[in-house]
Design a protein around this ligand. Structure first.
Ligand code: ZN
Length: 251
């Protein structure tokens, strides 16, 4: 039976491929998902990013150069959105509540018309950070889906090892994953963990803020504005990937 009914479209990565050590071709030919991909998506593995990366890799018809698992989060999220567009179309509905009068309404949007933040040179300076209290110099790296899976594995291990504590180690492993250099040297994994744990909180905060800033520097801008039908106030509608993202009409 013929299976040539899959649609393929060309998209350009927001990073333009300029942020990778490897050669990355930013022009991506993406074809639509099949039942097989949905079977993968619904798998119950713990590495949730890895599954989505596998699906994206399989739907890419061009030579990307690396796996989607190693793209920066902004490029990865962009391809995930465009995979939805090429598979089901660009219409998406967000449900939100007006913060002023409480009226709940649906905001309709087109996923391929959201603003895309592309790479620009200002990112380079943001990767270097001198910490306000300790004076240490850290060099950060953009996070990837592979790193997110590793962070959640580390968090689970930590909780298994420290059953008697209520500590939330997410912040710890989020920082560890992002530090590429500490005072111009590759940090040792074990000493880095102790170093982060004992870091003045003001420094920790500076690192976390910077990680968020650089992760959000590239990719789709998810700040969506809606106007309340009742009180006419304009407000930010929180963007949520709900069931209808890969199952339109399922609500
Ligand atoms: Zn209102």
């Amino acid at each position: 039976m013929s299976s040539n009914t899959r649609i393929a479209e060309v998209f350009t990565l927001p990073s333009k491929g300029l942020i990778y050590e490897e050669e990355v071709n930013p022009e991506v030919v993406l074809s639509s998902m099949t039942t097989r991909h949905e079977m993968l998506r619904l798998s119950t593995t713990e590495d949730s990013q890895k599954i989505m990366a596998q699906i994206i890799d399989d739907c890419i018809e061009s030579d990307l150069g690396i796996s989607a698992y190693d793209l920066c989060l902004g490029d990865f999220q962009y391809l995930m959105f465009m995979l939805r567009v090429v598979t089901f179309g660009n219409e998406y509905e967000l449900r939100g509540r007006c913060p002023y009068c409480g009226f709940e309404q649906v905001t309709k949007l087109h996923l391929d018309e959201l603003e895309v933040k592309e790479y620009d040179d200002s990112l380079v300076d943001l990767l270097e950070l001198e910490l306000p209290k300790s004076g240490n110099k850290v060099r950060l790296t953009l996070q990837t889906p592979r790193m997110l899976d590793r962070i959640s594995t580390k968090v689970k291990e930590y909780r298994r090892r420290h059953k008697d504590t209520d500590e939330n180690p997410v912040i710890l492993y989020n920082i560890i994953a992002s530090i590429e250099e500490l005072d111009d040297e590759k940090p040792n994994a074990f000493t880095l963990e102790e170093w982060v744990k004992n870091l003045p909180l003001a420094d920790t905060n500076a690192i976390i803020n910077r990680i968020d800033l650089i992760n959000n520097k590239i990719g789709i801008d998810l700040s969506v504005e809606g106007e309340c039908k009742i009180c006419k106030t304009t407000y930010q509608v929180p963007f949520r990937i709900n069931q209808t993202f890969f199952r339109p009409g399922s609500e």
